[in-house]
Ligand binder design. Sequence first.
Ligand SMILES: C[S@@+](CC[C@H](N)C(=O)[O-])C[C@H]1O[C@@H](n2cnc3c(N)ncnc32)[C@H](O)[C@@H]1O
Length: 823
Amino acid sequence: MGFQKKTGKGRLDKYYRLAKEKGYRARAAFKLLQLNKKYGFLQDSKVVIDLCAAPGSWCQVAVEAMPRGSLIVGVDLSPIKPIPGVISFQSDITTDKCRAELRRHLKTWKADTVLHDGAPNVGTAWIQDSFNQAELTLQSLKLACEFLVEGGTFCTKVFRSAQYNQLLWIFGQLFDKVDATKPPSSRNVSAEIFCVCRGFKAPKHIDPRFLDPRTAFADLKETASTDEARVYKPELKKRKRGGYEEGDYTLYKEVLASEFVESGDPIAILANTNRLVLETLEPSLSLSALNKMPATTLEIRQYCADLKVLGRTEFKKLLKWRILAREAFGLPTKKTSKPAAVEEEVVEVEPMDEELKIQEELQAMRDKDSAKRKRDKRKENERRTKEIRRLQMHMTAPMDIGIESASGQEGMFRLKSLETDTVVNKVARGRMTVLTQQQKNDQSSGIGSSGETDDESDDLNDALERELDQHWDTYQERRANYEARLKRQKQEGDGEWGGVSADEQESSDDDLVEESDDEDDEDEEEVNGVPQRLLTDLDSTTGSPGLSKRAAKFFNQDIFKNIAGLELSDSESVADEATTEAPATSTSDIKTARPEKSLRTGSEGIAKENISAKDEKEAETETQEADDWEHDRGRSNGRPNIDIITAEAMTLAHQLATGQKSTHDLIDENFDKYAFRDRDGLPDWFIEDESKHERKQKPITKEAAQAIKERTRALNARPIKKVREAQARKKFKAAQRLEKLRKKSDLLANEEGMTEKEKAESIAKLISKAKKKAPKRSVKVVVARGVNRGIQGRPKGVKGRYKIVDARMKKEMRAQKRIAKRK
Ligand SMILES: C[S@@+](CC[C@H](N)C(=O)[O-])C[C@H]1O[C@@H](n2cnc3c(N)ncnc32)[C@H](O)[C@@H]1O
């Protein structure tokens, strides 16, 4: 059977909603409704007492089900908000005050039905709680016996606990018919059950032991069944329900007193024996020694004669006498056996060989490290699999994976992966000298030096690399911003968008963070001693040399896949590009150059197409006007704001790129019968309406539509600004932390009074400390019920921050609002 959730949303089941809908104060209303449907006791009742009635849903049901003008009295520890037709008051049903109050309200009448749905505050101690509940039920039965009319009904909640059968038995003595049932609205996880006791016998005299929890549940209280209990609490006698032990059918038992003294389990002997024998017919050395002992007084002899009449004190005296006898016999007692035990526990521990110890420590560190690596690898694989699955399900854009993997551990700027790359040779030729110097410094400072094992230095290198990676990320961000600004300034200087020019080696987008070889002074900047040359080289191996990154991204779309010219330019190296700056003579050169030209004109064409749609006059003076338009409207951030966002424009771009169309064709197409329409004197609404329909519908291709769809999906899959900002903040903070860490570790590394091992350990400690997150300060929520009801100040047993809430009030306020809305 599945476990039914009772917390959180699990509580808000259909009865909860139904109760809210019907205006009942609690879902408990349905329990009484269902019980009454089955047994029909409310319809025939004129007087009802509802014990433990708050918040009052049972009273509400009673008002609905009982004849008009009936008397309903509800009582609870908590206040009950007034219900029309119900008298309610606040009292503890276990008190005489409550009894008196009920009597006052009922006057001389008797109740036809007594309801009881009480539940004491349920804590964690289930046994105690269930006992309290049974006590409360017994208390309500007591009131029922006092107020019920002969033949009346008592409907009560009972928990299926140890006292359940006792309660049922008592009900059976007082009522003609007792039914135990669990209405459907009672949760399965709840141990509650409802007893409907009909036909109250109204006996003239009720034995008070029936209604006294001490006697009613007496048998159950006797839980002590061990020998210890029989010795230390001899007043609690347990019946031998399980019968006698195998092979032992005698009731009377005797044991020699010497046996008792020598035995390791004296309690068992005292519990199960009738007499300890001090004298036998056959002479016994130990018994005569016992008899001669001064401690064997007359009193002790009497105790030994009949153990079954002894109490706790007498048993204790006998046990003391046994200890004295053992000491006299030279047998071990607790006092004497202690030092022996200590002696046994002393173990000679040989000091461990220093070298062996270090080796063991190293092995442990190595194991830890390899386990961590495995864990990381597994996590990374899981992440990738998830990503691919998301991609397959069209939940993410293809470019997301690229971005993440670049920024993740396996990113292209990982120094570790760089070590194995051929690019490292180029690096060495360039400014690698600085890096080598850095390495030397590290070695001389002891980090990863030969003084330690490879593993330790690996750890430190990893940490430093991670640090460098993070610094690099921060640097990239700064760099991208700086570049974008520089680019904007340049563009504004020459007034033309270089877009997809082959000559351009610099990046041209905000997203673009890599830099070109030709960059000058910025290249000098170093991040933690790593020259930017490193990154330049990597960039040149991955990017498309002829195009800006944005353009390269654009032409990477499937739609441009099979265009020969583009493929060629992609495969060419930077050096080749440089040589093609000379006038192209061969056919292949022309092919290479053509798409570039087309693309440039393409962007112009697209711009012009937009222009022509706006105003035909602008088309006449196209170049000049287009520039103006760019200046006026399109140039945000210093760049033309031309973006291909429609399938139509994409088709056009494709046609331009493949040479199917030229600028001339585009301009030509825009001259039509609407181009020179005279608009003077035409009303605005007419011009507006016409402008919607006078544009020619241009054909679009399936590929273009697909490309736009992909693009939109990629855009939608981007994190929102807030998330990006939060990520950047996180990165920035991590970089700050690492910078601090780096400085500290530098200081440590140069510390003279420390050994290499100590230095390495301190640095490792610093790193692990930096990785730890500060624990979140939690606020404990305390519900203002039970002992916490109405308290001021800190609730008992609550440490730290806390907040007192009143769940019921919140619910009721919501319900009130809802009801008010309905009206
Ligand atoms: C489950 S609620 C009763 C719900 C009620 N039948 C209804 O339909 O709204 C149990 C109630 O028993 C009350 N209670 C517990 N011990 C009590 C006592 N000794 N005297 C009076 N009420 C008590 C609690 O205050 C609590 O409101």
